[in-house]
Design a protein around this ligand. Structure first.
Ligand code: MTE
Ligand code: MO
Length: 346
């Protein structure tokens, strides 16, 4: 058995195992961006563990690459670029998760991690097509399975060791939330950044002309800013945790009106669409409505334009991109909650 464990994997199996590891890293990475509840902690832990498996497979892959480079294929530079992108994404991930480097040039390190990971996807797809390997029945031999299990074990030890070492070195990494985010400027509304998901932009808002449209089974109503402020004056203050996907979270006190109080009759509806004046939108399951707040103030002061003036959504328990800013319409809808892209497109 020991001999089987020590024998190197055939190149084809190394390539296939590495592919599986990369696909799992990518899937758990996407999952980590989406998760806002503690149930998602396993996704984030898995992301680190599968990344460790990629590292463990690296020496065997380097041997394969060395041999392949001797063939001087013109496309080798694209493959090497892919390798470089993987290394950079991995290093950025380690810098963020240990807390060694939390921002680069004012941009969160996690942002670079995600950007490089997304950039390498087309190259990886090309590489898979150009250097196709197909599994063979003999790949599932006892020897190969033992060796693979051994490598998975080494990866688990590496992952756990890295986590323990981060803690022992006194780095900030272990202070992160289960989503991987660091706390930032809690209870200091001026201290957390105005954040744009992709390509949205802070709109010009004319308070006199602004309306919040509420659509339900009875039809549509338009609330003026003054009417909304009257409601929020007798509204609620809620402490909520905003966890952005670029690696930080903040706890703030938000003042506003409960979305549920604006939409008492939800019969016939299946989801709630929350729309911004900029065109940004998300769709919530009905069960969420009683937890949602339309906020006009944070930390006792009116929202700044960057944070969503005049009104933004507070969606405690959901990741930052659900917290729609500059809301101009809330609409009960017969469409199911999954009827939307997995992430906003603007
Ligand atoms: N309309 C709109 N709302 C938005 C966004 C956006 O780009 N457009 N970004 C979201 C993201 S990614 C986050 S993390 C939070 C950030 O809120 P903040 O800017 O008040 O920190 O707003 C969310 N609401
Ligand atoms: Mo975000």
């Amino acid at each position: 058995m020991l001999r089987a464990v020590r024998r190197r994997l055939p190149a084809r199996v190394t390539n296939l195992t590495l592919l599986v590891a990369l696909v799992l890293v990518f899937a758990t990475g996407v999952g980590a961006v989406a998760t806002g509840s503690a149930r998602g902690r396993w996704i984030v832990l898995g992301h680190g563990a599968f990344a460790a498996l990629v590292v463990v497979l690296a020496p065997a892959k380097i041997r394969i690459v060395r041999a392949a480079l001797r063939r001087h294929r013109a496309s080798r530079f694209a493959s090497l670029l892919l390798a470089a992108l993987i290394v950079v994404a991995l290093v950025a991930g380690v810098l963020h998760s240990t807390g060694l480097v939390r921002s680069i040039d004012g941009q969160p390190t996690l942002w670079f991690h995600i950007a490089f990971a997304l950039a390498l996807v087309p190259l990886l797809v090309w590489h898979l097509v150009a250097r196709r390997v197909l599994p063979r029945r003999t790949d599932a031999s006892r020897r190969v399975l033992l060796r693979t299990a051994w490598l998975v074990g080494v990866a688990a030890v590496l992952d756990t060791g890295a986590t323990l070492a981060t803690g022992a070195a006194g780095l900030p990494g272990p202070r992160r939330r289960f989503t991987g985010s660091y706390e930032l400027a809690s209870f200091d509304p001026a201290g957390f950044p105005g954040t744009i998901w992709l390509a949205d932009a802070v709109p010009e808002v004319d308070p006199a002309a602004w309306r919040l449209t509420v659509v339900d089974a009875d039809g549509r109503r338009d609330l003026t800013l003054m009417e909304l402020e009257e409601l929020t004056a007798t509204g609620v203050r809620r402490r909520a945790l905003l966890d952005c996907t670029s690696g930080w979270y903040t706890v703030q006190d938000w003042d506003g009106v409960r979305v549920g109080s604006l939409l008492p009759d939800r019969s016939a509806a299946r989801s709630l669409l929350v729309h911004a004046v900029t065109g940004y939108w998300v769709r919530f399951p009905l069960d969420d409505i009683d937890r949602l707040l339309l906020a006009t103030a944070v930390g006792g002061a009116p929202l700044t334009p960057a944070h969503g003036y005049p009104v933004r959504l507070v969606a405690h328990g959901r990741r930052g991109y659900w917290w729609v800013k500059w809301v101009d319409r809330i609409e009960l809808s017969a469409d199911p909650p999954w009827w939307q892209p997995p992430f906003p497109l603007t």
